[in-house]
Every structure is written in C-alpha cells, then in structure tokens.
Design a protein. Structure first.
Length: 428
C-alpha cells in the first residue's frame, strides 16, 4: 500500500519539497531550440518545478533564464524588450543581463547604489543535444553538463525531438513509460492488417507492433537496480522454446527508454519534465546511432509523436476537452481505444487518472513490479539527499549511456549476454 504521505512526497515538486529538492540537483530539458531561435528573439515564458521564469537569447546568442517578474514593481518580463544583450522591463526600463545583473535603471539617478545592489534571480541554462536545459539548484552543486543520454550524443540528423504538454504529474508519465504490460492491450489493434484505415498515416498505430506483445499479455517482470536507475525486463512467451524479452530503462530522475518496435525502428525515449505538481513537459526522442533517421524511418511514422497546437502551448490538438478525438466506430471495429496514435493514447490514460493519481486507492498486481520499484527508488534517493546533503548521480553523466532492446531468445539462453551479442552484430 502506497500511503498518502508517500504520494505527496513523490509528486510535489515546488520549492521546499522533498522531490523538488531532488529535481533541483539535475539538469532538466525545458525548451526546444526553435522556441528561442535567434538572438534578440521574443522571450519565452517558462514554468518549471512550480517557479515562473522567463527565458531569452541575447544579442550575442547567450541564453538567460530569469525570474519572470521584475523586482521593481513585479511587472511580467514576458512583455519586456530583448535588446542589446539584455531584457528590459517596459514599465520603468530596468534592464537585466543573462546572469540577472542590472544593466540600466533609467528612472533612477546615475549614482544610485541600487544599480549594484539589485539583482534578479537567475538560473543556469544551456543548449545541448537538440534541447535547451535548465538547472534550478545551487551553483555549488551544479553538474558540469546534462546526462549523456544517447540521443544527445548522435548527430542532429540521427535524432528527432518532439514536445507536448500533459496535464498530469510527472510520475504518472514515468510510470506509463516503464509499464510494459499495457503495450499489447492499450495500443492493440483488433485487426492489425487494417491499422492505418481509420486515421491518417501520421496518427496510426504501427502494423509492426510485435505479435508477442498481444499474444502474451501477462509478461513476467525482472526489475534490476542500476547505478542510473532501473533496468526492466518483461519476458513473454514467443514459442514453446523461445522468450520475447522487452528491456526498458528508467534513468533518474524522470527519463524512460522503450524498446524499438522492430529492427527497422529507431530507439525511443521520453523525458517527463515537471512543470509543477499538475503539469508535465513530455519530450519524446527518437534516434539511431548509425544512420540518419530519414534513411531508415520516416519521421512522420513515429507513432508516439502527438500533433500539438501551433500557438506555442504544445497542447495536443486532441485533448481532454474533446475526449482525445475518440471515435467509437473505430474502437468497435479496429482498435482498443478508438484514439489515434500511441502517444495520444498514453496521454489520455495518464491525464484521466487525475492530475495526481490517488495511489493509496490502487490495487497493484505482479505486472506493476517496475512501478513499485520506481516509487521506492526515487523516494529513497530524495530522502538520502535530505538526510546527507549528498547526491552523486547527477555528476556521473556517463552512466546514462545505455539502450533499450527487444529480443527473442531460446528459453535457456542468458539475456544479458545474448543482448550484448545482438547489439555487436547489428551495430558493429
């Protein structure tokens, strides 16, 4: 039984909370580079871990992340003017550089001591791996760089990054990302040969969903702690003599990595960045280390991508307000859900649990082994930080260089050795 106190500790991420303190020790994905495309472009509102911030790119291309409200009269700096290496409040002209220093106070005397005394709160921000990252912790604890997840290490043409808003707590996203037992049920087609008939090509569930996922819907789970988080093996019967292993990864504090759907598909993963207690930025990554994505897979076929509004909100076009575009005729004849696309199906399930799921009322089973392990691990890490002030993982960035896998093995063959051999053969 997961208590209400444990649920509060796991899901609350604002300043002064147990989980908020943990998250503030890590670099976190927060924006796509296209949201701040050029020097002196318009600033962007950012809400992260319950804090209201403003991001901008100055005249020299440097990134800044500041408290959103001017310290003078608390005017929203979203309406500020991005000019000459600083962001200027349009009310009385106070201007700040990317580090939060005051550059100008035109309504104050030239010799006013306020010019050196006033500083707006600022946070570290950088661009790496096709994503803009933020660090909200104390500078003394700041890791030198973000975690070395493989999608950040490959050439730009080898990866694709998407982003969408989810109206639920980050932990619900993570738990969906490591829950292999739902894949062959939630995402199943009643007739796989007609998978692309009801919807446009971009929004279909792939016909190539491995048959093992739907023929054996009760996998046996093997969850192993690792230095970076958890390695989760879901074992299904493939034949009388073989198992299908689906190996996924959880990487602290909120990254998941799912197994490729087939040998042609790229690897996929998510970052579930907490906006606040009730909202999450879901970043979706696809990558191939050895070839550009366009050479092996059409980007429009990436089934977990979700079409979003073009207004900068990144809210899915189909969302709670229109029941995620559910079509009951499709649900009756073609798919388990009648909702178009794997990513949107996941969002619908996670959001409709409520902004924070009432975990004490759950009835968990053997298929939830990874869910239980995730909750215990993250709470243990947060409590260790609270009790000791120490957290080494954010600085051990190379530990994140891992992959997910899907593999069919003889029942008497060792998973780890076989998977290693398979990767060596396929990728050199």
């Amino acid at each position: 039984m997961f208590s209400q106190g444990e649920n509060e500790a796991l899901t609350r991420v604002g300043p002064g909370t147990l989980m908020g303190a943990l998250m503030r020790r890590y670099w976190m994905p927060v924006l796509l580079p296209g949201e701040l495309p050029t020097p002196d472009c318009p600033p962007v509102r950012v809400r992260l871990l319950g804090e209201d911030l403003i991001a901008f790119r100055d005249t020299k291309g440097r990134l800044g992340l500041l408290e959103r409200y001017c310290p003078h009269r608390r005017v929203d700096l979203f309406f500020g003017r991005n000019e000459e290496c600083g962001l200027r409040c349009v009310y009385h002209g106070w201007k700040f550089d990317v580090e939060g220093n005051v550059m100008d106070m035109p309504a104050e005397p030239a010799n006013s001591p306020m010019r050196s005394e006033v500083k707006i709160k600022s946070y570290a921000i950088l661009e790496w791996g096709g994503v803009i990252w933020a660090y909200l912790g104390k500078p003394a604890h700041m890791p030198p760089k973000p975690p070395e997840l493989e999608w950040g290490l490959v050439p730009p043409a080898h990866r694709h990054v998407g982003k969408r808003l989810q109206e639920n707590n980050f932990a619900q996203g993570v738990e969906g990302g490591i829950d292999s037992s739902h894949v062959g049920i939630l995402h199943s087609m009643l007739d796989p040969n007609k998978a692309d008939e009801p919807f446009s090509k971009r929004q279909t569930v792939p016909k190539s969903l491995p048959s093992y996922l739907t023929s054996d819907t009760a996998p046996k789970f093997f969850v192993r702690p690792t230095p970076y988080g958890l390695r989760i093996g879901a074992r299904r019967n493939a034949s009388e003599t073989e198992y299908y292993w689906r190996v996924t990864q959880f990487l602290a504090p909120f990254y998941t990595m799912i197994a490729p759907l087939n040998d042609r598909a790229p690897i996929a993963g998510h970052a579930w960045t907490p906006i606040d207690d009730y909202h999450t930025w879901t970043f979706t990554f696809h990558w191939n280390a050895y070839a550009p994505l366009g050479d092996i897979y059409e980007v429009d076929d990436l089934a977990v991508n979700v079409p979003v509004a073009a207004d900068g909100s990144y809210r899915p076009i189909n969302n709670r307000s229109n029941d995620y575009g559910i079509r009951r005729d499709v649900q009756r004849l073609h798919s388990s859900t009648g909702i178009a696309g794997i990513g949107l199906q996941d969002s619908a399930i996670q959001e409709t649990m409520g902004p924070i799921v009432d975990r004490p009322r759950e009835t968990l089973g053997s298929s939830d082994a990874a869910i239980v392990a995730f909750r215990k691990l993250l709470l243990a890490q947060a409590r260790h930080l609270r009790d000791t002030g120490e957290l080494t993982l954010p600085h051990e960035t190379s530990l994140y260089r891992v992959r997910s896998a899907g593999i069919v093995l003889p029942k008497d063959q060792d998973l780890d050795e076989a998977a290693k051999h398979k990767l060596e053969i396929e990728h050199g």
